[in-house]
Design a protein around this ligand. Structure first.
Ligand SMILES: [Zn+2]
Length: 521
């Protein structure tokens, strides 16, 4: 017998369990989403025994064959569209996802509410260049930026180079009351993206200290492409008004400034900011046969930005999780432990939904085996990063043998604070974040171009096969993939991986230190 197998001795059709469970606490969409027909509901009680080697090919075939995956993603991205946390579109997405999971055949699905500190939406952002020559400038507010004062502001644009100390020193006292133009390099690699996030808070702090009125970030993408970032990571309003300016327009402003000409502008960004607002995670479960209270959590985020339709980030992985649930259900087999599928919201505002989930479920995290998260678009999954947990590598490698032939063999150990595994890592739970080929992720990241047409469906089906088999493999593995770490062990992990160093400059650090987020002492 292979070391790690999906050994199924007896199972009851999840569809029957669903009927028995009733619909308490579940939200029924007022108008059902036009999903493709329900999958077959299985054959009721069964008694089969299969090794992983026998079962995986059928799951892979099911994932790669005809499925509701593409239509689900089309509906989520085209019909519901961009789904910013706390907006009606995000609520519609949650109702739709509940129904989609039901049709996939899960045992149970519900939503879990949490509150984000403020609601936010962009108004009519515009800038008018007053001198030396009027010309159009295309720009968009960053997420959770404060508005400009009513009526906007009229002031000079001052070039601060890359926004480093040298740039500010060179610009001198002219930065006071001005709009600061910060240059950028083109975004090409994951490292570029991570540098961007690492550098920005210090630049904002310098701007605040200099008494600047606002920041214009030069777009990191060419061809007038605009995108929306959020630089605050706790759902609070950022420190001063900031907009992303089309790269070509920003370069044009910079050329006037370099030529010694002053550029004056009227900038109006009437963002709408409201009080605390509820959002909801969608959580579905396939109940384990032997240890139903132990579970593996598979996560992706349902919220997105709204210039595009959040197809790559992270709609494709939402559709993938739902289809992985269908594939597992359709296999007619039940893993040893439960599999929970979690679609978090608030990810873009600082992993708020997964933080709320980890907080609300603290009492059962000892029984949580692992969190496996997908949040890098549609590039093929080539392995997982294990968040600094070298102790989990050999078990994970063994468990995931059935997907080795699909190219899953790169296991790495970085620990980052950039997606929904973060709070589980802080809680000491082993985490796996998919390592994916970059594909077209960077160019379309948070951009107006993140739309359905960018998603390569065969690649998404390939990843669905990997996800279905991997989540089954982890949940069915005889042994847990690793113990839950104590707070002292998590502290050591943060030091060893260098995550502590990057967290120290972030608002996340005091939240971890105070115990608001992460493992309790
Ligand atoms: Zn994402």
């Amino acid at each position: 017998m292979p070391l790690h197998c999906f050994k199924v001795i007896a199972c009851i059709s999840p569809a029957l369990l669903l009927l028995a469970a009733g619909a308490s606490g579940q939200i029924i969409p007022t108008k059902p989403a036009p999903l493709t027909p329900q999958v077959p509901t299985g054959t009721g009680v069964c008694s089969i025994e299969k090794s992983c080697a026998e079962l995986a090919p059928a799951m892979i075939q099911s994932a790669q064959g005809q499925s509701p995956l593409e239509e689900n993603l089309r509906y989520l991205s085209d019909v519901i569209g961009g789904r910013v946390t706390g907006t009606p579109a995000a609520d519609r997405a949650a109702r739709w996802a509940v129904e989609a999971f039901r049709r996939a055949g899960v045992d149970e699905v519900h939503t879990e509410k949490f509150t984000i500190p403020i609601s936010w939406s962009e108004g009519h952002t515009r800038v008018e260049i007053l001198s030396p020559e009027p010309f159009p400038v295309r720009l968009v507010s960053i997420g959770w930026s404060p508005p400009t004062l009513e009526g906007g502001l009229t002031t000079e644009i001052i070039d601060v180079g890359a926004g480093d100390v040298e740039g500010f020193t060179k610009a001198g006292p002219a930065t006071k009351g001005a709009i600061l133009l910060v240059h950028s390099s083109l975004l090409v690699t994951w490292d570029d993206l991570s540098n961007e996030y690492t550098m920005h808070p210090a630049i904002v702090d310098r701007a605040v200290k200099a008494g600047a009125a606002a920041i214009f970030w030069m777009s990191t993408r060419p061809n007038l492409l605009l995108y929306r970032h959020d630089l605050s990571v706790n759902g609070e309003l950022d420190k001063l008004p900031q907009a992303v300016v089309a790269r070509e327009d920003a370069e044009r402003i910079a050329r006037f400034l370099h030529g010694g000409q002053k550029v004056r502008a009227h900038f109006d960004m009437p963002n709408r900011v409201g009080g605390p607002v509820e959002s909801e995670n969608v959580v579905a479960e396939i109940r384990g046969r032997e240890k139903p209270d132990e579970f593996v959590l598979i996560g992706a985020h349902l919220d997105s930005w709204d210039l595009g339709t959040g197809a790559l980030d992270d709609g494709c992985n939402v559709a993938m999780l739902i289809d992985a649930a269908r594939v597992i259900h359709a296999s007619g087999t039940i893993p040893r432990r439960s599999i929970r599928f979690a679609l978090f919201t608030g990810e873009e505002q600082g992993m708020l939904g997964s933080a709320a989930y980890a907080h609300a479920h603290r009492a059962e995290l000892d029984r949580m085996d692992a969190a496996m998260v997908f949040d890098s678009g549609v590039g093929r999954v080539i392995g997982f990063t294990l968040g600094g947990r070298k102790d989990t590598e050999s078990t994970v490698r063994d468990a995931l043998k059935p997907v080795e032939a699909l190219g899953v063999n790169q296991f790495t150990f970085e620990a980052d604070a950039d997606t929904d595994n973060f709070d589980f890592l802080l809680e000491g739970v082993p985490t796996l974040v998919a390592n994916q080929e970059p594909a077209n992720y960077m160019l379309n990241y948070h951009a107006a171009s993140d739309t359905f047409d960018k998603v390569d469906i065969p690649s998404l089906k390939h990843n669905t096969a990997i996800t279905a088999v991997s989540s089954f493999a982890l949940a069915d593995n005889e042994e847990r993939i690793g113990p839950r770490q104590s707070r002292a062990e998590v502290e050591q992990l943060l030091k060893d991986t260098g995550l502590e160093e990057s967290l120290r400059s972030s608002i996340l650090w005091p939240l971890w230190k105070s115990g608001e987020r992460g493992r309790q002492p």
